[in-house]
Write a protein that binds this ligand. Sequence first.
Ligand code: CUV
Length: 635
Amino acid sequence: MSDKRTIDVAATPMLDRAKEIGFLTTFDRAKAQEPRCTFGNTGICCRICLQGPCRILPKKPGGNKGICGAMDYTIVARNIVRYIAGGSAAHSDHGRHIAETVLHVAEGKLKDYQITDAVKLIAVAKKIGVETEGRDVLAVAKDVATAALDEFGRVNEDEITWLTANSNESTLDVLRKTNIMPSGINLSLAQLLHQTHAGNDADPVNIIFGGLKAALCDYDGMALATDLSDILFGTGVPVVTEANLGAIKADKVNIALHGHNPLLSQMVVKAAKEMQGEAKTAGAAGINLVGICCTGNEVLTREGVAIATNFATQELAILTGAMDAMVVDVQCIMPSLRSLAECYHTKIITTMPIMKIPGSYHLAFDEHRALDSAKEIIRLAIDAYKVRDTEKVCIPDVRNTVVAGFTLESLLNIFKKINADAPIRVLTDAIEAGEIKGVALFAGCNNLKGTHDENHFTIATELAKNDVFIVATGCAAQAFGKEGLLNGDGVQKYAGEGLKKFIARLNAAAGLTAELPLIFHMGSCVDNSRAQDLANMMAKEMGLDNRDVPYVASAPEAMSEKAVAIGSWNVALGNPVHVGVVAPTVGSTLVNDVVTKVAEDVFGGFFFWETDPVKAATRLVDILEERNWKNAMRK
Ligand code: CUV
């Protein structure tokens, strides 16, 4: 753990290798961007009209405002909520794609997909008010998919469905009173872009509220994406696999599944099972699939596919020299992959109409012939394998056992074995008894403003030591997998006495072949909806408003616009949110105070920025203790 670039011991030798071959990785490029422009860094650079960029120069007469007269607070607020619009668009468009597929399955138009989890379908239908009694599964599926698609184009005053169906009444009250309850996803996102157009809204608080409305659409898009993906591909159950670059196998055809959308990656998993023989004919020991980013998390949760690595180290998978193909769909895919692939035999295969990289291989994914598309991809990988240069192969011998697949359903199934009537009581009893302090959700990406994976590791192990029950999604969860925190050894090494006892009790009841992990991997970024369901359930069981539940969220290495959206809806739904990089809100004291202080009075949730992982962990524990203390006082 001595390398300042990363704490990932598999990444270090690969970064050295990059240096040897003269390839500049994202780590080098991050360094090359220093020093950053202070205006951009603090959010006071306005680029939303062609007279700009305008920078706020507080001491210069005339320079303390933009050319139009926009104050620092207007500029900062506009900039930050435009991130939310981008993030929310990405997540919800992913959800729409899944919903459309479910609709086409229900209409009998797709042969390669089917309704895999009918139990979940019925549960979701009941939740959103779709009639199920005596109805055919496909008819129910059609109504559920239609309800999901209706979320996008609605332009009336009706409230958005998934958010209202999932949230507790007292939370909904707050959203209604503050006027941020969305109706349609497209409407809220378009309105937010309109609201923040040049010469429009100058009121920072009003802009932030518009941003929160869009963030709630992000939640909605995520929640329906999770539900419909489970319906289509099954709801994950505990799986055992491994994580880190050592999951790439020298003797096999290696294919990385990278991006976010499970529609294609699930098909590749299916096709790979059928095509092991073809790989063997080509001289390989078989086909080995590994995941990167959230597509990886999707197929890990449902199929037990190993984790290769997370966002910041995606290039390093190619540097092993043994990656035959990297199939990418949407989001978080570095354009640099292709130039690096040129130094090797690796095929970068883009598959979606909105995500192409000049010079890479594009195979337009078609749901109507999904399995065939997947087979074509595997054949491309097998062909690449045949010309792999074994001299260049160098796979770090680093891998850790991963026990994952903890969708809320699979977590509750374990709790049920201890308390069949009220499973969630198992968790809330342990909190009320003081055995554990509460729940922390770890979400989000990598951000090379700090040391790769260090914030994830340090904050999580500190919280574990302090008896906090931890769930995780996204690249945070992948960091934990690589660092050995998603297995039973992690419990022995890092859990405090209370958490150890709690997990031991779960282990005794679960009756799984593998020990339960220190941190429970809930899935991809869109599966942050599962974590929110958990928080909502805790609130209900404890008789509390969400704002009082001992539940916190942390994005130790937030990077993407999506992370800003996720953090923002967490705040609106009552959760304290730590972010491990300083947000570009600090250029306006007013805006920064609104999101870090005033938000708590209004929503119960608030942001705090803390780059020091130990300090961040201390603050998170303090927040949980304070909530517990207040709850005890109220009794
Ligand atoms: Ni959606 S958004 S870097 S893959 S978590 Fe990973 Fe997760 Fe952030 Fe992207």
